[in-house]
Design a protein around this ligand. Structure first.
Ligand SMILES: [Zn+2]
Length: 381
């Protein structure tokens, strides 16, 4: 042991003692540089049910509805969500059940929370018609939010949106596999990308040439199903082959697995369904009187992914995990006199405030959907 200390002391003496004499002769030692990294956080459906809007109206902003998650967004370089509603007050049509519309304040509140990019390709994209889709695009643009999956014409909808952060360029593209109403007519009129596999693969291949990494958002799958369909798996495999690094899926309103795979020596991942981010679904659920399964639409996941530059011409998906989310909704407490006003709030289940029952059961349930068969991962910060 003494010998080791002596040796260490000798090395320190060598470094300190000789350094001053050689300083003028040698160039300064290069400071080891951290590789460039980009941190992305992605959540699922942003659903504007009446009660979600009412709570925001009462509090004066949408931000309090997800303030528990906001620090996670603020620490990320890029924050993605699926905007499952037009923002089109000018159409004059108020949302009716299953036909959505959002107030003009929503994009600004999302932006202030940390969101940077939203997908507009989903089955509700044309809920307020072609004009409503155009109006939505205008509001997103004026509030400084990037959007993918729609455009003033087909060419702009199919153009990848490239976000650059820490010197890393990430291309984003989006498609929907289903529409409630489809107003796509000609390529020159407003357009929402409807998934045609070959077209999508061509676009992903082209995006790969323009960026370091490619992220694809897809609205697909079957509502309330926890297992991806064969089609979801086939489409994912084709997009990976075409050059996608990460696929962010949504629409089923419940969670589906987050899987990593290897594609030609690079790590790729697909979150088949991120679940709802904010909604009024399963509002009647109360853990004390219903089975866990009946609350599944109130589960969510914030996928956290890091991309790293490995070489001047090579950026890779480095790490991917998720933070379990849960939508608090006091409909039952209101009904039974235990609360005086309606509250809807998305909370992080990995935080100290949400460790006891029934949160622990919910967290386990979420893990069964997101990472079946795996041990629960340590907390993602
Ligand atoms: Zn949908």
């Amino acid at each position: 042991m003494n010998r080791r200390f002596l040796l260490a002391g000798f090395c320190v003496w060598m470094v300190l003692g000789c350094g001053s004499r050689q300083q003028s002769a040698l160039p300064p030692a290069p400071v080891p540089q951290e590789p460039e990294r980009v941190r992305l956080v992605a959540v699922g459906d942003i659903l504007m049910h009446f009660d979600v809007k009412r709570v925001a109206q009462r509090t004066g902003s949408f931000e309090p509805l997800w303030s528990d998650v906001e620090p996670l967004f603020q620490r990320a370089d890029i924050v993605f969500g699926n905007l499952e509603t037009p923002v089109a007050p000018l159409t004059g049509k108020r949302g009716v059940p299953y036909i959505f519309n959002a107030p003009i304040e929503l994009p600004g509140d999302l932006k202030r929370s940390g969101f940077t990019i939203l997908s507009t390709a989903n089955n509700h994209a044309y809920d307020q018609g072609t004009q409503g889709q155009l109006e939505t695009q205008t509001h997103l643009e004026s509030d400084g939010l990037a959007f993918i999956g729609s455009g003033k014409d087909k060419a702009s909808a199919m153009t990848p949106r490239i976000l650059e952060s820490h010197g890393i360029r990430i291309a984003f593209l989006a498609w929907t596999d289903l529409f409630n109403i489809d107003f796509n007519r000609e390529g020159k009129s407003p357009w929402v990308n409807h998934l045609v596999e070959e077209e999508a693969c061509v676009a992903v291949r082209a995006a790969r040439q323009q960026a370091d990494a490619v992220i694809v958002s897809i609205h697909w799958g079957v509502e309330d199903h926890h297992v991806p369909t064969d089609r979801q798996r086939e489409v994912a495999a084709k997009l990976f082959e075409a050059g996608a690094d990460l696929i962010l899926g949504h629409h089923p309103h419940v969670l589906q697995p987050l899987e990593t795979q290897e594609q030609n020596g690079r790590k790729v991942a697909v979150a088949y369904s991120l679940g709802n981010f904010i909604s009024n679904q399963n509002r009647t659920y109360a853990s004390e009187r219903m089975s866990l399964v009946q609350g599944d639409e109130r589960d969510g996941a914030a996928v956290v992914a890091t991309f790293v530059r490995k070489a001047p011409d090579r950026v890779e998906l480095e790490k991917i995990g998720y933070v379990p989310l849960w939508t608090e909704n006091n409909w039952w407490q209101m009904k039974t006199g235990g609360a005086s006003q309606r509250e809807i709030q998305v909370v992080r289940l990995d935080e100290a405030d949400h460790q006891g029952e029934p949160y622990a059961l919910r967290r386990t349930r979420i893990h069964e959907m997101m990472a079946p068969g795996e041990e629960i991962e340590p907390r993602v910060n």
